[in-house]
Ligand binder design. Structure first.
Ligand SMILES: Nc1ncnc2c1ncn2[C@@H]1O[C@H](COP(=O)(O)OP(=O)(O)OP(=O)(O)O)[C@@H](O)[C@H]1O
Length: 350
């Protein structure tokens, strides 16, 4: 059933106020959903009786074309006040809009790929949940979405009404990922506008519910996704994850620069793969160097939130669907993430 077919049928129904109910504007809010047609008849209450006949005629006209009518009659709203013709300042451009129910947005970013940003996001989300916060995790890493695997969720999110998307939940974290919209082995090749659309859809159409904090796991670098996020949603702060090597730090610096330009405060930096402790002999070595992120954080005047070791258990846990914070909550590795969570909560950032 098309909208045009419906309008054609309704144009044959006369309006007691003159003309037909379509051209007179008495019929409003038309919604055509398959064979179901819904609309409102906005009428003068003094002529309610005359409009009962109109409603019956409209129903008959729709039945004749095979549609089911659902018509609601409402009284005229009060006449609108005359327009204010005084010159006014131009409308402000549409800035970031709050995501309903979400108190804060915290971006987790890195300059370079593979430094452990997703591992940190997943563990941080679980650590905040363990501290009793209502946490969401939006996996915006469109080029390599890994949160479904790290949080151990699979299956397509459902959309009962075709408009909103129900997120998934595990380890106390409400989660949505672009990875859940594609097949596991499918490489995601997004063009710019598609990518922006997907991100916006995940922010606005996902029913996040009431959240203290929504963590956004960004793709590495300083690209379109970061820009779109900051333009469309009020990002309260960002955490930058880096490994200690100079190359990673160089890219991290670019990321920090970008957030500064977008007026997004940096809540701190995390050095990941900071030190390696041999699981056999306990020997500690600095595979990628050590302390580079601490020095950089000091130079930039932002806190160093944690130094997370390069640790087999962290990898096995994250890659196995239960981040170390939930699978080994009493381990020192889990404690490092719990401390970041507590620092963020104490600072009012999560
Ligand atoms: N501290 C760590 N110790 C051991 N392995 C780690 C650690 N942090 C991350 N890893 C492992 O390194 C790999 C890359 O990590 P992750 O996917 O979190 O990086 P990323 O920065 O999000 O990468 P990308 O941006 O390219 O998706 C994963 O297999 C993860 O388990």
């Amino acid at each position: 059933m098309t909208r045009e077919q419906v309008l054609d049928a309704l144009k044959g129904v006369n309006d007691p106020a003159g003309g037909d109910i379509v051209s007179s504007g008495t019929m409003r809010a038309l919604n055509v959903d398959g064979k179901t047609v819904r609309f409102v008849l906005e009428i003068d209450p003094a002529r309610a009786e005359a409009y009962e006949g109109v409603k019956a005629q409209a129903e008959a006209a729709l039945t004749a074309i095979g549609a089911t009518a659902n018509i609601v009659m409402t009284a005229h709203s009060a006449p609108a006040a005359p327009p204010d013709l005084k010159p006014q300042s131009a409308a402000a451009p549409k800035g970031p809009e709050k995501i309903p129910g979400v108190d804060r947005i915290l971006a987790v970013a890195s300059g370079k790929g593979g430094v452990g940003k997703s591992t940190v996001s997943a563990n941080l989300a679980c650590a905040l949940a363990a501290e009793g916060r209502r946490v969401g995790l939006l996996d915006a890493d469109v080029y390599g979405p890994s949160q479904p695997r790290m949080l151990g969720v699979s299956g397509r999110p459902s959309s009962p009404d075709g408009k909103t998307i129900l997120p998934l939940r595990n380890h106390g974290v409400t989660m949505m990922s672009i990875g859940l919209m594609t097949n596991d082995d499918q490489a995601v090749v997004w063009r710019g506008p598609m990518l922006m659309g997907a991100l916006q859809q995940m922010m606005t159409q996902v029913q996040w519910g009431a959240l203290d904090v929504l963590i956004v796991d960004l793709p590495p670098g300083t690209g379109d996704v970061q820009m779109t996020l900051a333009q469309k949603a009020p990002v309260d702060g960002a955490i930058i994850v880096s490994t200690p090597q100079d190359v990673a730090l160089l890219d991290a610096r670019k990321g920090i620069d970008m957030f500064n330009q977008m007026n997004v405060p940096i809540h701190g930096m995390i050095e990941n793969m900071s030190t390696h402790i041999c699981s056999n002999c306990g020997h500690e070595e600095h595979t990628f160097g050590h302390g580079g992120v601490a020095a950089e954080a000091e130079k930039l005047g932002v806190p160093l939130l944690a130094e997370i070791p390069l640790d087999l258990q962290i990898r096995l846990a994250a890659d196995g669907g239960a981040p170390i914070v939930t699978s080994q909550p009493d381990s020192p590795q889990a404690d490092a993430f719990r401390q970041v969570a507590r620092a963020l909560i104490n600072g009012g950032h999560a």
